[in-house]
Design a protein. Structure first.
Length: 425
């Protein structure tokens, strides 16, 4: 074999190997494309699921916001019926309509619109239908609606359906012991708070549409024996208006070591018991203290057996340690403290003696810093039980009806629920 023939053979082999490598590279590229296509096909459902989840999450958020707007619209209508001018709304005696085209949050963000309809606005049983609408995709909106049935009460309420109810929350410090159901209109985290070793023998109820398990806080060795549940509608906290025909008595001060008897109703600008003083109420009376109510240490307010007493509070209340309010009948329905709208501070209860009675102060906080037994019911803006406090609900208070003073002027919620499908859709 000569040199030229050898070169031709070598070149042929080189050319042949180069073609083989090109064919191999082409095969790898095709396989790679097929593999990527396969991965894309596998990933496509996952990507679509993520997209669907995002849309569902966005729609769920907007649905919740729309329902909140609808409820705000219902609250607006109830306020207009009770305190505003529903007759300025469009419509007639059969139906009044009001639209909020740009519903804004507290920081000025526009959320959507609200349509409010009130059927039978001049009757004793109006019906409020409110729909919140939030833009979604294109011209579509997410709509949620509420329907609220009202009735005009006689101004009397069952105020003591719960053992303890705090409009804005309840706090139990360590070793506080409560027997009876408790509740709140609040929905924030810790709206019902039990410190270590604090116990509730009864149900615990939180605000509308809340998840009690997520917002009730119980520290170690604290417990709630009953159910944790959410309100189906807000618990009303009606204002208290004292009677207008009570005789004026001026200031009342009982000096240290003195004793006195009260047997007649009246309005007092202040009611002060100084150290060692004791006053006994011997007849059914109604007292209205427009200013300071104070019992210093070692004083006593005694309620004779078989006597019923109602005390309206308009200013402030302090009961110092070792002072006592003795309800000799031991009947909680016979002694009721009612706070007016001007009574909006704290009711400070520091007594170390047992108490039988009921407290309703819708605009004031109740601070029960006592290790003594409390038999009755407490309703306040916020209720705080100190360490070692002991409370027992008296179920007879559930049947007690209290005249608030706003006779025939207030609409009361009979039922409150979401409607499906949304009204007007």
């Amino acid at each position: 074999m000569n040199f030229n023939q050898g070169v031709k053979k070598v070149k042929g082999k080189i050319f042949k190997n180069s073609n083989q490598r090109k064919e191999e590279h082409g095969s790898v590229l095709v396989i790679g494309i097929l593999f990527l296509t396969f991965l894309l096909l596998l990933a496509m459902p996952f990507l679509l699921q993520i997209s669907n989840d995002q849309r569902l999450s966005e729609k769920s958020y907007k649905a919740f916001a729309a329902l909140s707007m609808a409820e705000a619209g219902a609250e607006r209508a109830i306020w207009e019926l009770n305190s505003g001018d529903i007759y300025s709304w469009s419509g007639d005696t059969s139906q009044r309509i009001f639209n909020i085209e740009s519903f804004q949050t507290s920081d000025g963000e526009t959320m959507g619109s609200v349509e409010i309809r009130v059927e039978n606005p001049e009757g004793d049983t109006p019906v409020v239908q409110s729909t919140g609408k939030i833009p979604y995709i294109g011209s579509h909106t997410v709509d949620r609606s509420t329907r609220v049935e009202l009735w005009k009460g006689d101004g009397s309420y069952h105020l003591f359906d719960y053992g303890v109810f705090g409009d804005e929350g309840i706090n139990l410090n360590s070793n506080a012991q409560l027997e009876g159901d408790i509740g709140t209109n609040a929905t924030h985290l810790g709206c019902i708070y039990l410190a270590a070793n604090a116990n509730v023998s009864g149900n615990a109820t939180t605000g509308v549409q809340s998840i009690p398990e997520d917002i009730i806080i119980t520290k170690p060795v604290s417990y709630i024996t009953g159910e944790k549940q959410a309100l189906s509608k807000p618990q009303p906290m009606p204002s208290i208006v004292p009677p207008e025909d009570l005789p004026y008595r001026g200031e009342y001060t009982l000096a240290s070591g003195n004793q006195d008897i009260i047997s007649e109703s009246g309005v007092y600008t202040s009611f002060l018991l100084q150290s060692g003083a004791q006053v006994t109420i011997t007849s059914n009376v109604t007292l209205y203290i427009t200013g300071e109510f104070a019992m210093t240490s070692n004083t006593a307010l005694e309620i004779a057996d078989g006597v019923k007493v109602t005390v309206y509070l308009g200013g402030s209340f302090v009961q110092d340690s070792y002072s006592e309010i003795n309800n000799l009948s031991m009947d909680p329905t016979s002694l009721v403290f009612l706070g007016t709208d001007t009574f909006n501070g704290d009711i400070l209860w520091n007594s170390n003696t047992a108490f039988w009675g009921a407290i309703y102060t819708p605009r004031a906080n109740v601070v029960y810093d006592s290790s003594a037994e409390f038999y009755g019911s407490i309703v306040g803006k916020f209720v705080d039980f100190g360490s070692q406090a002991s409370f027992h609900y008296d179920e007879s208070l559930g049947d007690l009806k209290i005249a608030t003073g706003s006779l025939g002027s207030t609409f009361i919620v009979k039922s409150w629920h979401e409607t499906f499908p949304p009204v007007g859709s």
